[in-house]
Design a protein around this ligand. Structure first.
Ligand code: ADP
Length: 230
């Protein structure tokens, strides 16, 4: 069976980060590749890439395809990515989608696209109440999944932070970018014969949603003949 590359697709705040972690624990033990986390790490490191992208990310705009494609290709070439990966926040444009098909094809990986569907009002509420641990990356929600002690990570005691781009105005811009640049990938996939599995990302608790995603992965695997391709 070819290794699976789960492409977790969905608007900002649809739960891609949370689901990446849960699905990784439950059924797909490859690395969680989040382009947002990779880009933020460059900003924190204060390197040249970080300086180039800081303004764009702060205002909720996408960073250039070429740069993101390069980072993902490098990450996918590492040995731990050979057995399967979870892609979170990538691809985000049609040009990136074409690139990821090429990269996964080279690695003999089976792309499985899961679209986490959540309506916009809920997304704005979710994102504005979101807090993250800067050390281990755990996400909290002030309304549905608050930390035990306010402002402190349950796992390592670090002080939680609000992402700079989780302010309402920037959230709207990110959703605009999603509509303009990311949503059209769905048409691209369907024209290309790549199935997109829709999963409701709002009507159940995160653990049940991860169960649905794992079922979709199992289904995709079982539809495969040995060595076949989607
Ligand atoms: P969210 O999905 O909630 O917006 P991410 O952490 O995935 O959060 O992304 C945060 C920001 O990082 C985006 O608004 C964008 O500026 C940048 N980014 C992340 N992934 C990509 C990508 N694949 N292409 C271009 N920009 C990206």
């Amino acid at each position: 069976m070819p290794p699976i590359a789960l492409i977790l697709f969905g608007s900002p705040g649809s739960g891609k980060g949370t689901q990446s972690r849960l699905v990784g624990e439950r059924c797909l033990p490859g690395p969680h590749i989040s382009t947002g986390d990779m880009l933020r790490a460059h900003i924190e490191a204060g390197d040249t890439i970080g300086a180039e992208i800081q303004g764009l990310m702060k205002s909720g705009r996408l960073v250039p395809d070429e740069l993101v494609n390069r980072l993902v290709e490098k990450r996918l070439s590492q040995p731990d990515a050979r057995g399967g990966v979870i892609l979170d926040g990538y691809p985000r444009t049609v040009a990136q989608a074409a690139e990821v098909r090429r990269m996964l094809g080279l690695g003999g990986m089976l792309p499985v696209v899961v679209h986490l569907v959540v309506d916009y009002d809920r997304i704005v509420a979710r994102l504005s109440g979101r807090r993250q641990c800067p050390v281990c990356g755990t996400l909290y929600s002030l309304s549905t999944n608050p930390p035990k002690v306010p402002g402190v990570c349950d796992l390592d005691g670090a002080t939680l932070v609000t992402r700079e781009d989780d302010q309402e105005e920037v959230i709207r811009e990110r959703l605009g970018e999603y509509d303009r640049q990311t949503r059209p990938i769905l048409d691209y996939f369907s024209r290309d014969g790549i199935e997109v599995v829709e999963v409701n990302g709002a009507d159940a608790d995160p653990a049940s949603i991860s169960q649905r995603i794992c079922a979709a992965l199992e289904n995709a695997h079982s539809q495969q003949g040995p060595g076949g391709c989607l």
